[in-house]
Write a protein that binds this ligand. Structure first.
Ligand SMILES: [Fe+2]
Length: 224
């Protein structure tokens, strides 16, 4: 079990209501070597194929601890035993993830593939967490940092991430063109994306209050 200081633990009790010693325990669960399956870096501004790495020159990697500041949780789990994995069970129990299904994203398996791929990559937010556990393949979850810069989070088999409600983000496959992800949810799932801007939504306001985002200047939105 990895050590991790309490100062890095996300989601204070007052704002999320789910924080408990059990959740704290979850924050240190999972296998070692998380960086082997989850990496993050700042993106360049290139309009090239979204499935490319889009590293800056020189590369600017982002420590996974920094993702905590954005409210993004992550674990490494053993994807070869997801059906019986006790660590996964603990996470689900602690965070109330009662719903599970799988989403296989590839041209062969996903109906309306081109439209869905386009929609996934539209910058959006949800009013609930987006919880994805990669059990095969790989993909990129891009999130906005507090300065409105894109951070690309590369997730491979064994990587599980939670994007908090209200964070602006998007998803794309990488050049392997395949991911199989477990989708989890608290209760009946709501997958509705709210494309940016949707700053008036309570989930967005709560996100900003909780994680200290100072808000995005209007001109930054207009300039996109
Ligand atoms: Fe999303």
């Amino acid at each position: 079990m990895k050590s991790r200081s309490a100062c890095c633990l996300p989601w204070p009790q007052s704002s999320r209501g789910k924080f408990s010693s059990e959740v704290l325990e979850m924050a240190v669960a999972g296998m070692d070597g998380k960086e082997e399956v989850i990496q993050a870096w700042y993106m360049d501004d290139s309009a090239e194929d979204q499935r490319l790495l889009h590293h800056r020159e020189p590369k600017e990697f982002v420590a996974l601890e920094k993702l905590d500041e954005l409210g993004v949780l992550s674990w490494r789990l053993d994807a070869d035993k997801y059906e019986t994995d006790e660590d996964l069970k603990k996470i689900r129990k602690a965070r109330g993830y009662s719903y599970v299904d799988f989403c296989e994203v590839s041209r062969e398996t996903l109906p309306n593939y081109d439209e869905k791929i386009k929609n996934f990559f539209e910058e959006h937010l949800h009013t609930d967490e987006e919880i994805r556990y990669c059990v095969a393949g790989s993909g990129y979850f891009d999130v906005r940092d507090h300065d409105d810069k894109w951070i690309r989070i590369a997730v491979k088999k064994g990587g599980m991430i939670v994007l908090p409600a209200g964070i602006y983000h998007r998803f794309t496959l990488d050049t392997n063109n395949y991911i199989k992800a477990m989708r989890l949810f608290v209760g009946d799932p709501v997958w509705t994306p709210f494309n940016r801007p949707h700053d008036e939504l309570p989930a967005r306001k709560e996100y900003i209050e909780t994680f200290g985002n100072k808000g995005i200047p209007e001109q930054a939105i207009e300039a996109r």
